[in-house]
Design a protein around this ligand. Structure first.
Ligand SMILES: Cc1ncc(COP(=O)(O)O)c(C=O)c1O
Length: 423
């Protein structure tokens, strides 16, 4: 099915938006007088509403009725945080001085990131190339404001991890979505980007291993991206949230190891998924010093620095052992195998799952309505997954499974699908 890849992502939340508005109206209509309605910024109109609201409500109803639910829609790991990281945080929290404004990234922390990049990725960086962010989510959310003026063009993937779009929309930029399709192994295909768009683009977001599509960088891809970015003077922003969740003995590296990447790119590096510290919000922007300085300048207007015990926890993670990270990757792979083998046995196309904690599956039977399919899958099999369309138009016809259950539970979920009308 041919789709316009420039169609705004938020259109796909239309149904939920209507649901949400109707709900709000009936719940609050009596309390609010129309004349006292606050006029909020038009900026908010750039965003749709919670796509998962309808799915969540139905899940709660089904659970209340005692239906067995397999929730494979959430993006939060179920693995434990390593003890040495928790201890570093709790010990630091006992010192009164650590409760003051930190005002800066600790030099030991910046140094720990540099050492980690050398040890883990064989990439040489210096402290002026590193800054903390409160998760790649927050960093990406603010980076657009540093790089773009109103109306500037930004290149984003479709399907797109939502904050890539939000960051550019907050900046008033115009996203141009490059499609990630099965035809090109769900990878960026720069030859498909029109020259006039490439000339205008300010920055391009690439994220591999990729959420939601589960693809990983093919050999030579980063080199091709660097060449493209150099030719059109585009800043490449690589989101490396899943460098440690990559399967089948493939090495999960850093984009910055590519020759020329440090000159035209920056990389978000997150501890969230590698060390199961999602709630602590520990990530870094790494790369071109001028971009780092610019984002620092913006954030210094609104922020007094990362909580010092969290900085100490980050140092412990970066300087500590990495065996548990490798072991965890092995466990994710077992889950990936249980799911992909199971779905394939049911007659589904083998899903794409080369990396990340997600698997991207084409809906069987050529169905395209991913939201309807997810509702039906939950009703009939009790399996909750995320509709592909919530990540953009090219996600239609697909669903995303999160590998947040152990293999035996995943096999049970597959059995539940087999025993429903879907097999
Ligand atoms: C592609 C991608 N980038 C960034 C994030 C968020 O990372 P952080 O916890 O560092 O904000 C996620 C979380 O699911 C993700 O999937």
């Amino acid at each position: 099915m041919e789709r316009n890849c420039q169609e705004p992502l938020q259109n796909y939340c239309g149904e939920c938006l209507i649901f949400f508005i109707v709900f709000l109206h009936s719940a609050c209509g009596k309390m609010w007088k129309e004349e006292s309605m606050m006029q909020f910024s038009k900026r908010l109109d750039r965003f749709g509403d919670e796509i998962f609201a309808a799915l969540n409500d139905r899940r709660l109803q089904l659970e209340a009725q005692g239906k067995k639910i397999y929730n494979m829609s959430v993006g939060t790991p179920d693995f434990a945080t390593p003890v040495h990281i928790k201890e570093a945080l709790s010990q630091a929290a006992l010192l009164d001085d650590n409760w003051k404004y930190s005002l800066r990234d600790l030099p030991e922390l910046l140094q720990a990131v540099c050492s980690y990049y050398r040890r883990r990725f064989q990439v040489e960086i210096t402290p002026d190339m590193v800054m903390t962010v409160y998760g790649s989510q927050e960093g990406m959310g603010h980076l657009g404001m540093v790089l773009c003026d109103e109306g500037d063009t930004v290149l984003l993937p479709d399907p797109c991890y939502p904050v890539f779009a939000a960051g550019s929309l907050l900046a008033g930029a115009e996203p141009w979505y490059y499609p990630l399709t099965a035809e090109h192994d769900f990878l960026p295909y720069v030859k498909g980007i029109p020259e006039e768009i490439a000339r205008k683009a300010k920055y391009m977001v690439v994220s591999l291993p990729s959420n939601p599509v589960g693809s990983i960088a093919a050999p030579g891809l980063y080199e091709e991206l660097v060449e493209f970015a150099e030719k059109y003077d585009i800043l490449l922003v690589h989101d490396n949230a899943y460098s440690d969740i990559i399967f089948d003995d493939v090495y999960g590296g850093s984009f910055l190891a590519t020759p020329g990447a440090k000159e035209i790119g920056v990389e978000f590096f997150s501890l969230s998924k590698s060390f199961n510290v999602t709630g602590a919000r520990i990530s870094f922007l790494i790369g071109r010093p001028d971009v780092i300085a610019a984002l620092r300048k913006l954030r210094s207007q609104i922020d007094f620095g990362m909580f010092l015990p969290v900085q100490q926890a980050a140092i412990a993670a970066l300087n500590g052992p990495l065996e548990s990270v490798k072991e965890q990757c092995r466990k994710y792979q077992e889950r990936r195998d249980a799911l992909c083998n199971g779905l394939q046995e049911l007659g589904w196309d083998r899903p794409n799952g080369k990396g990340t904690m997600f698997v991207w599956a084409r809906i069987p039977g050529g169905r395209m309505d991913s939201m309807d399919f997810c509702m039906e899958l939950m009703e009939k099999a009790g399996v909750i997954v995320t509709p592909g369309a919530s990540f953009g138009p090219h996600g239609e016809g697909y669903v995303r499974f999160a590998l947040v259950l152990p293999p035996d539970k995943i096999r049970e979920a597959v059995e539940a699908i087999r025993n429903s009308d879907f097999s």
